[in-house]
Design a protein around this ligand. Sequence first.
Ligand SMILES: NC(=O)c1ccc[n+]([C@@H]2O[C@H](COP(=O)([O-])OP(=O)(O)OC[C@H]3O[C@@H](n4cnc5c(N)ncnc54)[C@H](OP(=O)(O)O)[C@@H]3O)[C@@H](O)[C@H]2O)c1
Length: 268
Amino acid sequence: MDWQGAHVVVTGGSSGIGEAVALEAARRRARVTLVARTSSRLDEAASRIRAGARGSVVGVVSADVSDQAAITAALDRAAAERGPVDVLVCSAGVTRPGRFLELDDDVFRSMIDIDYYGTLWPVRCVAPAMVERGSGSIVGVSSAAGLVGVYGYSAYGAAKFAVRGLLESLRTELAPHGVHVGCAYPPDVDTPMLAEEEPFKPAETKAIAGAIKPISAQQVAAAILAGIDGHKAEIYADPQTRALARTVAAAPAVYRRLFDRRVRQTPL
Ligand SMILES: NC(=O)c1ccc[n+]([C@@H]2O[C@H](COP(=O)([O-])OP(=O)(O)OC[C@H]3O[C@@H](n4cnc5c(N)ncnc54)[C@H](OP(=O)(O)O)[C@@H]3O)[C@@H](O)[C@H]2O)c1
């Protein structure tokens, strides 16, 4: 991937993993567009990126990724200002853990609206031009909870499985046109999202994570950029999640047994 001068759009670029991806791309001399809802956070992130990558071109657009008309107009504007989109990283997302029987109905809908449709609509917007040019890279951010069923993530995990299903199918359709599609599977990552979800996590969800420490957003960003460079279909930022994916694919009962045991052993 020739990053210099490439136009890299990052949804969720004002925080956490998205911001780290944008900074890394800017350091490689890409032109970057950050997308998120809150203008003040976008402006703050753009300043941090300009400070971390001197001379970089960083634009911001405020839009809700779950609103197809709004995100399409925003990305069209970004393309008019900074050129056709060469790389799209869909990192915008929300989470709300909780026991299925205790979650409100609207949590299930908002996870699908933002995490799934919020990935689909930007991809729908940029894919036709990438196919026409015969190049480009699209990466979505699923989760380890998009690889295996995790207690407390019936709303979030369903949306992240959907992201994975979308990108796995799309990869097969766009590869013949020279367009790379990949999906990232981060474990717990030290970002504002992780801090915000903590109070809502059932004890069983915490027990499943065990003593594994969150990794940094920078580690995930480095893996995503390497995944784009290597046209990887699956992007892992740590060996544990890679091993989880391999084991779940080969022997799904292993993790079911392990996770069920941790749930049983969690004191009520
Ligand atoms: N942190 C983890 O442990 C972890 C683990 C696995 C996967 N992930 C996934 O990684 C991605 C990034 O997470 P993060 O930890 O970096 O979260 P974060 O720090 O909370 O950042 C989320 C970003 O998404 C934006 N966003 C949220 N809803 C949006 C919407 N409807 N439209 C446009 N932008 C929206 C936020 O800005 P505004 O709120 O201003 O819009 C913010 O820029 C998410 O998809 C998440 O599910 C995270």
